[in-house]
Structures are given as structure tokens and as C-alpha cells.
Design a protein around this ligand. Structure first.
Ligand code: GDP
Length: 304
């Protein structure tokens, strides 16, 4: 879609253009070519190991298939980027999972400021448009203003938000929300949480308690534990992800603010270093600036 194109403008201008330039100046596939390729990939935040891997595999393929022309090289690398992403997981695990017979619950985790609340607002909008009955739970009771912000999104989108008093137990907010969702036949409950990574033990206990409450009320839930990562923070995002993986069973990544970075290659690093699927990407601050992640569209979007 047009939006997907627009959201990748910055990445395309640097990463995509650099690769295009590399191909444009291509005469032979020699060591220089692969050095430049590695450098370009590393600059785009693909990650060191991933960059070397792409370059090595491409080298082998170029030899094997005796690739010589510019067009062939660029086609091979695009294929490589898409395949590298896709081979890491099954199709199944790239999708968002729903329970069609009971309330579906998605839990959102991630440090403050990465875009959790915004993503919940956007997703609430999407599901409401699809005709689903959506409920939100303000599970970040710790930070002043976090609840207000979610309530504001609820008002904008036109969905109900369950909230508790400041500093109250998030698990109790979640409990109330689930009861309400069950009684009033909601389709999906989106739960915001406090991302206090500074205190890992607390965070782990808090998330575990919430998960217990959810599973006790709805045995198949939560269907998703989505970790929001800010694409503009580059390799920092990877470090955060590794820490969150230690405290909770993350099922997928929401990569936010892709519109604000030239380093779209972080998508590949996430896939190859964390083995987690990117399920959603944020391409702006507005309600409809959320996309399902499609590797092929994404890679092609970089080269347009
Ligand atoms: P939270 O603390 O994780 O809940 O983060 P917020 O949802 O409050 O988002 C923090 C800031 O990032 C807000 O100003 C959002 O408007 C902005 N933001 C969130 N997602 C995106 C995105 O995809 N693109 C851009 N450009 N800004 C975003």
C-alpha cells in the first residue's frame, strides 16, 4: 500500500539507495563488492553477524550460479533478504492468533516510550473497523499519566477502557477487565503493561501474576505477548528484547517508529538474532499507521 511505501521513505533513502548504488557501480563480484555490501548492511542495523552471513551466503550463491549481471545480483540479494527472514519461522507463527470461541487476549510489553499505548490504540481501531468488540485494560498503573493516555485513545477510537486506581495491582485491573469481557461478550482484550526493565524481578513477577490471572479465567489466553520495540533505538532494541525474553514468553514483536529511522535493517537483526517474528510495524503516530509485517513487501519497499 501507499502507506507502507511512505513509512519506509527514510530507510529507502539511505539503505535502499546505497544498495542500489552498489549495484549501479557493480562491475564484478569481487571482495570489494562484498566488503561494501557488508558495510551497507551493518550501517542499516542488520547487525554484524547477520550482515556477514548475508554477504557470505550471497558470495556462495553468486559462485554457484555463476551470477554476473547487475540485475541478477540485485535479484539474488533481494531474494536472500526475504528468504533469510522467512526461513527463520513458520508461516503460522508470523500471524496474530485469535480464539474465535472465547475472549482473545493480547498482552503488550516493552519499556516506556517505545509505543505500546499507541500500538494498542491503533490495533483497537483496526479491530473495531473489522467489527470486533474491543476492550482495553490499563495495566500500567505505575506511571502517572499512562492510564490517562490509554483512556484518551479509547475515547478517540470509541472503545471502553478498564482502569484501576494509581499504583493499584495491575493483575486486579486485568482481572476486572476479563470478567467484564466475558460477561459482555467482548471479542478481544488488549492489555497495556508497565515496562519497568530496571527492576527485572518485579517485572517478571508482575507479568507472571497477570498471566496467571488471565489463564485462570481464560485457559487459552493470552494468545499473544507482544513486545514493542522502537526501531529508532537500533541495537538497543535488541538488548531490550533479550531482557524481555528472559522475563516473559514473548510471541512476537511490534516494531514501532519505522518511519523515523533510516535503519530498517533492524527487522532482519530481530529475526536472526532473537528468532522472534515481527508481527506488526508502526509507520507513524496516527490511528491507521499500523501494518502487518510482510517481509517481501518490506524488502521491495526498500528498493523502490
Ligand atoms: P509507551 O510508553 O510504550 O506506551 O509509548 P507511547 O505509545 O506513549 O508512545 C511514545 C511516543 O512515540 C508517542 O509520542 C507516540 O506518538 C510515538 N509513536 C508511537 N508509535 C509510533 C510510530 O510508529 N511512529 C512514530 N513516528 N511515532 C510513534
Amino acid at each position: 500500500t501507499e502507506k507502507y511505501d511512505k513509512g519506509l521513505e527514510k530507510s529507502r533513502k539511505t539503505f535502499g539507495d546505497k544498495l542500489n548504488e552498489l549495484f549501479a557501480n557493480f562491475r564484478t563480484v569481487d571482495e570489494d563488492f562484498f566488503d561494501n555490501l557488508e558495510e551497507t548492511l551493518i550501517e542499516a542495523d542488520v547487525g554484524f553477524d547477520t550482515a556477514v552471513r548475508i554477504s557470505d551466503e550471497l558470495k556462495q550463491e553468486v559462485k554457484l550460479k555463476n551470477v554476473k549481471s547487475k540485475a541478477e545480483v540485485s535479484r539474488t540479494i533481494i531474494e536472500k533478504l526475504v528468504n533469510l527472514y522467512e526461513e527463520e519461522g513458520t508461516d503460522e507463527d508470523k500471524e496474530l492468533h485469535f480464539d474465535e470461541d472465547a475472549v482473545t487476549v493480547f498482552l503488550f510489553v516493552g519499556v516506556n516510550g517505545v509505543g505500546k499505548t499507541t500500538t494498542i490504540g491503533k490495533l483497537a481501531y483496526r479491530y473495531k473497523q473489522e467489527g470486533r468488540k474491543v476492550l482495553l485494560a490499563a495495566g500500567d498503573t505505575f506511571r502517572a499519566g499512562a492510564t490517562e493516555q490509554l483512556v484518551e485513545w479509547g475515547r478517540r477510537v470509541g472503545v471502553t477502557v478498564v482502569r484501576g486506581p494509581e499504583k493499584s495491582d495491575p493483575a486486579s485491573v486485568v482481572f476486572d477487565a476479563i470478567r467484564k469481557a466475558k460477561e459482555e461478550n467482548y471479542d478481544i482484550l488488549l492489555v497495556d503493561t508497565a515496562g519497568r526493565l530496571q527492576n527485572k524481578v518485579n517485572l517478571m513477577n508482575e507479568l507472571a501474576k497477570m498471566s496467571r490471572v488471565i489463564t485462570r479465567e481464560l485457559p487459552a489466553a493470552p494468545q499473544e505477548i507482544l513486545l514493542a520495540l522502537d526501531a529508532t533505538t537500533g541495537q538497543n532494541a535488541l538488548t531490550q528484547a533479550k531482557q524481555f525474553k528472559e522475563v516473559t514468553k514473548v510471541t512476537g514483536i511490534v516494531l514501532t517508529k519505522l518511519d523515523g529511522t533510516a535503519r530498517g535493517g533492524i527487522v532482519l537483526a530481530i529475526r536472526n538474532e532473537l528468532h522472534l517474528p515481527v508481527k506488526l510495524v508502526g509507520l507513524g503516530e496516527k490511528m491507521d499507521d499500523l501494518r502487518d509485517f510482510a517481509p517481501e513487501e518490506f524488502v521491495l519497499g526498500l528498493f523502490k
